[in-house]
Design a protein around this ligand. Structure first.
Ligand SMILES: C[S@@+](CC[C@H](N)C(=O)[O-])C[C@H]1O[C@@H](n2cnc3c(N)ncnc32)[C@H](O)[C@@H]1O
Length: 206
């Protein structure tokens, strides 16, 4: 990322002007900006995340593989809900080579345990690229919502899991809803545990 784009985002961050920071990559066409965050959401995407969270009585988000936490900072500011972020490679993130961070990072133990995954929060994976770890996290998680943000068909990009190919190793996760991120062919896909999908989703629609 060029110094000037990073400096601009950091300046807005320090002034807590998150909507201005979001506009730095308004059309999601700035390759330099995508080095700090793969998916720059629209306000509509952020509202969608809040709506789905509230619909299923989730109280916040736990983001796995949050990187520098810029997306998480946007989500927290736009939704007013807490967002906790986890990463690996603590030594690197604390070194002089790492990108500045927009939320305090937490570091995953080698083997995740359910205490780090608040069951009242939705699990969030954005451009996650580690299938075994994804499956381990989901297996540990006792809550009702898993959100996958990543590339859809024909985008030319790849993550694992992908939003529409989650490859859960249990049939209890149902695709409840999804939304494209602007017109990028990236998607936010919301999976809900079968039982909650039946009960809470239905109650909300009354
Ligand atoms: C492609 S980056 C995406 C970063 C950020 N979510 C974004 O959208 O810009 C994937 C991130 O997942 C992290 N990661 C990989 N395995 C992980 C694991 N087991 N637990 C937590 N994070 C992990 C990597 O360190 C990396 O920062």
């Amino acid at each position: 990322m060029t110094e000037s784009i990073l400096q601009t985002v950091l300046q807005f961050y320090h002034e807590n002007r998150w909507e201005e920071a979001l506009k730095v990559n308004k059309n999601s066409d700035n390759l330099e900006a995508s080095k700090v965050l793969w998916v720059w959401p629209s306000l509509m995407n952020l509202r969608f995340l809040k709506k789905k969270c509230l619909e299923f009585q989730m109280e916040g988000f736990v983001s796995l593989g949050c990187g520098c936490g810029l997306l998480e900072w946007f989500i927290h500011n736009a939704t007013g809900l807490p967002v906790m972020g986890y990463e690996i490679n603590e030594a690197w993130w604390k070194s002089k080579y790492s990108c500045p961070q927009f939320i305090p990072l937490n570091f995953s133990p080698e083997i995740p345990d359910s205490s780090m995954l608040n069951s009242k929060c939705a699990l969030l994976f954005c451009y996650f690229n580690n299938r075994p770890a994804f499956l381990d996290y989901v297996k540990c998680y006792k809550g009702n919502m898993v959100i996958i943000i990543g590339p859809g068909e024909g985008s030319g990009r790849h993550t694992d899991p992908e939003p529409f190919k989650p490859g859960f190793d249990s049939p209890e996760w149902i695709l409840n809803d999804y939304q494209e991120v602007k017109d990028t062919k990236d998607y936010v896909a919301v999976y809900v545990r079968k039982q909650a999908n039946r009960m809470l989703g239905w109650v909300f629609k009354i």
